[in-house]
Design a protein around this ligand. Sequence first.
Ligand SMILES: [Zn+2]
Length: 574
Amino acid sequence: MRLSELLAPTLREVPAEAEVVSHILMLRAGMIRKVASGVYSYLPLGYRIIKKVIEIIREEMDKKGSQELMLPIIQPAELWLESGRWNVYGDELFRLKDRHDRDFALGPTHEEIITDLVRGEVRSYKQLPLLLYQIQNKYRDERRPRFGLMRGREFIMQDLYSFDKDEAGLEVTYRKMYEAYSRVFSRCGLKFRVVEADPGAIGGSSTHEFMVMADSGEAAIVFCETCEYAANVEKAEAMADEQGSAEEMLAVEELPTPGARTIEEVAAFLKVTPERVIKSLVYQTEEGIVLALVRGDREVNEVKLQNVLGSLQLFLADGKSVTGLTGAEPGFTGPVNLKGVQIIADREVVLMRNAVAGANKTDAHIINVNPGRDFTPDKVADIRLVKAGEPCIRCGGRLNEARGIEVGQIFKLGTKYSKVLGAKFLDENGKEQLMVMGCYGIGVSRTVAAAIEQNHDDDGIIWPMPIAPYHAVVIPVSAKDEEQVKIAEALYSALLEQGVEAVIDDRNERPGVKFKDADLIGYPLRIVIGARAVEEGVVEIRHRRNGNVQTAKVDSAAPLVKQIVEDAIAESLA
Ligand SMILES: [Zn+2]
């Protein structure tokens, strides 16, 4: 490709609309342009990267025996009413009406459409397992679309759906997809982690997220420094701390604690450490109020608490509700003698001995509270947030924290959709059974944005070789020097012949502009043809990632570049 002909309008200024690095750099490098909030056009360089990611996905999916198809973006409301999601999906579902006033939606996901297809076409266990996927635009009417391709209203996804005859079959398929997805992100040249996650509203028994590691990532991840354990912070578990559980139980005593409301204030006032205090939080759910208890030095994990309660809504109760429950001002709530509320205690709380808790009287706390003796929780569960430094739930090793960007997720759906939509088959005994499903998705446009979040510096993008829009740019320093241009043109042709994806910067621009654009766009290799090329027959090959410069004879430059490209791609396959 000749840069004089390429539509890649680079910008020197940081666009005002962009907040995150990937968004800023894709706009500046002339890869995307905004059409409407959360809706973008992909320019040639941007679309080339998208196509590279898609090609890697396709190869890995096909290797696992899955079949590509294409389902409609426009989906009739009837199927969403049948699955029960038309009303619960909310405002994020893009809805539209046709000229006959019939309701449709722009697909955010395709469980309904694919299950409808399969229930009509698959009858026998002999046709299972079946793995079907597509790569297309998806729609979600985000309240606040932002961060460019990271959170758009129109985005490109690969979505795969699996149909098995039983749970054991799903297990095999799920493993396969776990491997295939891991291969995809390795092959894209990205550093990533697979983490256990919370299934949330989609339901199902198990789910993993694929996280591209980046300090700017929106998701917090907890991982073990010793074993393979890694989980989204919403899901992460650590071993419970059993410290203090052997103490002899003392008699309860109420003490005045004027003005001491927070854990820190109470601990300081009573001269104990925060882990001796029971943190009592009142939550409101659609089914009433609950009291959640964690140790004073811990935080409540609201996702875990919501799962334990099975509630759709959960938020901290206001001061008035707290006083209505306890008869005291907020800050003095505790589980002892508290009536009319469900009490959920974290596993660590029931191991506490001679603890401090609110007395449900303004300006008073109780000491020597012993769970089991002085109050009985309705449920004991893991409801706390795990932090770095805690012992791993699997091996006891030290847990650490990192940030990541979710680019893929795999779900065991079980029979959730096959049941409501009636996707059945006849088994070996001629008996009707429900298909057991899984669903799997990769955010293609998001992966590209995540790759930039992970790979950039002050000058621009640093593409991993496998998804770079082009492997190398050839730059004649002076467009007016006929000898330089001749050598550059010959090298450019030689690179194309070798199968290297190369561009030549044949624009009539100053060298500084060409170098700046090359760094901004992020070609992995920059080959400079300057005075030395004319005088000594030597060209410079600069590596974008580390700034290292290699020199080569003009004649041997093309095979050398080909070797560098091949080695980098081979490394991503290893
Ligand atoms: Zn571990």
